[in-house]
Design a protein around this ligand. Structure first.
Ligand SMILES: [Fe+2]
Ligand SMILES: [Fe+2]
Length: 360
C-alpha cells in the first residue's frame, strides 16, 4: 500500500466553462438547487447544501464548454507538500497560486493528458447566514426549496487518449488506488480511482476519438435513487437533454443519470454512492469487454456510442453536430474521420479531373 494512501481527502471543487453562462447557471440553481455564494468577473460560484466549503462549482463564461480545473483537498498541510513534491520530483511542472475565493495556497499542474488539476489544503468552512442555517448539525445549510437539490459535488470523470498514464499518475503521485478498471485486450479503457472509501473520486475513460484532456463529466450527489427518477421527469418536462438513465452501473454499483447542461458539459446525477471500499487491501477488479454490458448498466440502459463514448468537452462540434457525425460510430464501424477521408478521395479525383478537363 502506498504511503500516500490518505494524503488526498476528496474532490473539493471544479470550474466549468460555458458559452451560455446564464442558462448554465439556471440549470444548477433552478433544477439542481445549488446556492450562489459569490460572483467575480465572468464567474459565478455555487455550492450544494451539504458542500462544506464556500463553493464546489465555479461557472465561468468562455467561448467553449469544458473544465477550467478540478481541485482536490489534501488531508493536512504536510500532505499537500508531500504530494506537490512527488509531482515535481516526477518531472511534472507545477506552480503555486493563491487567488481563489474561499481557498488558500494551491498547487496547479496538468494530468499526463493535459487536464488542469489542483491540490490544496487551506479552505474556509462555509457558514450560512442565520436564515439558511439547518437544525441538522452536520448540514452547513438548509435544503433549498427549489428543483431537486443535490447535496454536494461527487466525482470527476476525465477523457484521455491514454487511460493508463492518467491512472499511473494518480496512483503514484496522489496515492489513489484503482478500485475497478475495464480492459479491451491489453489496453485499459477505463479506470475508477479513489483516495477514500468511495468507489471513485476520479475516473478516467478512453477518448475513442483520440482527443486529449477533455472532461467526460462532473457528478453531483443525491444519495438516493428516487431523486434520479424525480430529476429525469423534471429534465424531460423542461427540455434538458437527457443522455442515459436512470439506471445502475455494475462498475462501482452506483446509480446514474446523465444529462447535458445547456452549455454543453455532461453532468451526472448520482443516486446511491455504490460499493464502499472498507477493505484496505482489496484488489483492483478488472472488467473484460465480454461483461461490459453489466459493467455499464445493470438494468440494460444504453450508453450511446455517438455521445457517451465519443463526446467530451471542449468539443470541436456542438453536441447536436457531434451526435450526427458519430451516429454510426461503434464497435466494428469505421471512424467517421477515416470514413470522411476515404470519401474525400474520389471527390478530389473528380475535382482534379474536372480541372484537367477544363484545361483541355
Ligand atoms: Fe461518473
Ligand atoms: Fe456514471
Amino acid at each position: 500500500m502506498s504511503d500516500a494512501r490518505f494524503d488526498i481527502a476528496h474532490l473539493a471543487r471544479a470550474e466549468l466553462f460555458s458559452p451560455k453562462p446564464q442558462e448554465t447557471l439556471d440549470f444548477f440553481t433552478k433544477f439542481l438547487g445549488m446556492y450562489v455564494t459569490h460572483r467575480e468577473g465572468q464567474s459565478v460560484y455555487l455550492r450544494g447544501y451539504e458542500d462544506p466549503y464556500p463553493w464546489s462549482l465555479k461557472i465561468t463564461e468562455a467561448p467553449e464548454a469544458g473544465m477550467g480545473h478540478a481541485a482536490m483537498r489534501t488531508s493536512s498541510p504536510e500532505a499537500l507538500e508531500r504530494r506537490a513534491k512527488s509531482l515535481t520530483d516526477g518531472n511534472v511542472d507545477g506552480t503555486w497560486s493563491e487567488d481563489q475565493f474561499g481557498y488558500g495556497k494551491t498547487f496547479e499542474y496538468q494530468s499526463p493528458d493535459g487536464h488542469n488539476l489542483q491540490l490544496l489544503w487551506e479552505a474556509e468552512k462555509y457558514v450560512a447566514p442565520p436564515e439558511l442555517r439547518s437544525k441538522i448539525l452536520t448540514r452547513p445549510s438548509k435544503k433549498p426549496l427549489q428543483g431537486i437539490p443535490v447535496k454536494r459535488i461527487d466525482h470527476l470523470n476525465l477523457m484521455s487518449s491514454d487511460v493508463t498514464a492518467v491512472k499511473d499518475s494518480f496512483e503514484r503521485h496522489l496515492g489513489f488506488r484503482t478500485t475497478e478498471r475495464v480492459v479491451d485486450g491489453n489496453v485499459e479503457i477505463g479506470a475508477w480511482m479513489s483516495s477514500n472509501l468511495l468507489g471513485h473520486e476520479v475516473a478516467c475513460m478512453r477518448d475513442m476519438t483520440g482527443g486529449h484532456g477533455k472532461l467526460h463529466h462532473l457528478a453531483f450527489f443525491y444519495g438516493t435513487g428516487q431523486h434520479n427518477i424525480d430529476a429525469v421527469e423534471m429534465f424531460r418536462d423542461y427540455d434538458i437533454q437527457i443522455e442515459a438513465g436512470p439506471d445502475k452501473h455494475g462498475i462501482t454499483q452506483s446509480q446514474f443519470l446523465y444529462v447535458f447542461e445547456p452549455g454543453g458539459n455532461r453532468i451526472e446525477l448520482f443516486g446511491e454512492a455504490g460499493y464502499l471500499h472498507l477493505d484496505p487491501d482489496a484488489e483492483t477488479k478488472t472488467w473484460q469487454m465480454s461483461d461490459i454490458d453489466t459493467g455499464l448498466a445493470v438494468g440494460g440502459a444504453k450508453l450511446p456510442w455517438e455521445s457517451y463514448f465519443t463526446y467530451g468537452t471542449p468539443s470541436p462540434l456542438s453536441l447536436d453536430q457531434h451526435i450526427e457525425k458519430y451516429a454510426h460510430f461503434g464497435p466494428g464501424a469505421p471512424d467517421p474521420d477515416a470514413l470522411a477521408a476515404e470519401l474525400s478521395v474520389p471527390d478530389e479525383l473528380e475535382h482534379s479531373r474536372a480541372v484537367a478537363d477544363a484545361s483541355l
